[in-house]
Write a protein that binds this ligand. Sequence first.
Ligand code: NA7
Length: 536
Amino acid sequence: SIEPSKPDYDVLVIGAGLSGCYACYKMQNLNLKVKVLEAGSSVGGTWYWNRYPGARFDCESYTYGFFWSQELLDEWKWSEHFAPQEETERYIHFICDKYNLWRNMQFDTVVSKAHWDSEGRYWKLVDESGHEYTSRFLITGLGLLSNPTLPNIPGVEDYKGQAFHTSRWPKTPVNFEGKSVGVIGVGATAIQLIPEVAKMAKSLTVFQRTPNWAIPLHNSKISDEEMETIRKGYPELLKKIDGSRLSFMHDIVTDSIWEATPEEREAFWEFLYAQPGFGFWISNYKEVGVDLKANALVSDFVAKKIRQRVKDPWTADKLIPKTYGFGLRRVPMETFFYETFNEPHVRLVDLFETPIQSITEDGIKTSQEDFKFDILIYATGFSAITGSFEAIDFRGNNDIRLIDKWQHGPQTYLGLTVQDFPNMFMSIGPHQAYGNIPRSIEYAVGWISDCIEYLREHDITYIEAKEEGVRKWTEHVHELGKDLLSNTVDSWLTGVNKNVAGKQERIIARYSGAAPEFRRQCNEVAAVHYETFKLA
Ligand code: NA7
């Protein structure tokens, strides 16, 4: 057998977001030599990069935070039911301080290559300035939405004013006072941003291609007293979200829409629409995500709400999606998004009617009009899920490239590993259960950590997914996704990004079964000591 050589580290982690921070903690606890390499100048991942006005959780703060540490649960106080970006960033800093994670982290380090060395059984990472790092194991904590994309519109580089992608927002606040602002995009990001920018700017023009079905967030402050109650309820809350399909605290409803009278439906939807958070999406009738007729009824209800809230009928009509039904893309959560269009200085431009022809030196030229802006905001999304893997030159056994392996969509074993990429583990890679992302991260990193611990204890220096495991898991993931209406719609969840060549076709990118079932299957593999893998 090959005598493994000594790499610099036991474990390298790419990314210091929630995945990377927790992985760092777990590896430190195993007394392993770990290094986290992070492109940004500090920790936080999504909550480091996305500093645009209005950036916040769309999921209840206390279900989105970590549950792995009782101390954290006891000590951290959330100030809002849906915490803003600054608070989440502070929370992640608090964790890194508390567990002394900083010492094993290196920032401003963009990993450009990750190559497996078969001889030495180690990963060799190279950063953009040419530094090399080697490790026995590699954990990717790249995030699902970390590779921002600009629109593929001619002239993007010609624009001379201030321009920002929402996910590359500067640390110093942008001054909107007296400025005319253009925003491209109406995804979950833009829907958080638009009302905030409208409060500050002289004028705001929103360029919309596909409208989205957004519902009210109903955010509010958390008093000290309420926080105490939340703290006391943590064990029960965790039990509830752990048992839930998407790991959110909202009840999954098993009621059938067809058993309710039109009046009952209306009353139920009014009730849900007034609830904070994802309730309207998650706790709706069971057919909404799988039955087009049921979906059309709930879509009509939301359309009616939009018409009630937006005064100008043309604008209201444009803001209502026509090509797909409610809940089939990730539902954006809004705070007075619709009312913002009632402001005299806010205007919607429909890009299906009047497409953008180019970005100019001082604004945007559509087929109808020349717009001049002081500030241009690209809320144009990401090359999602596999995009952050494509940004790094990953090579496994025999120099096989990950992008070649995933040319026709991701192929994984348990969403955690890839054949031909030994000793590499992915936290929230493709084909994992998403839903409440930190819950998925906590599980994935915990599983990975247990696995590495086992390998170390048994002097195993090689673990690789087997072909059969990958084939079965990939088939399983495809089977689970095949009846979902959401998989028939273009969105980042189906891997589509019209700005990126090679991302025009939909793929099955996520495990869409229930999270407890996902965990059960992964736990089974751990229980048989990872024998479904190739171990050496
Ligand atoms: P999304 O949801 O991918 O939204 C991107 C938006 O940008 C969407 O409205 C796109 O329209 C629009 N877009 C992208 N490219 C163009 C061009 N070339 N022209 C016009 N409009 C364009 O990204 P977000 O950042 O909002 O949200 C990502 C996730 O982060 C979100 O779901 C949450 O989970 C957190 P399109 O729909 O493609 O017509």
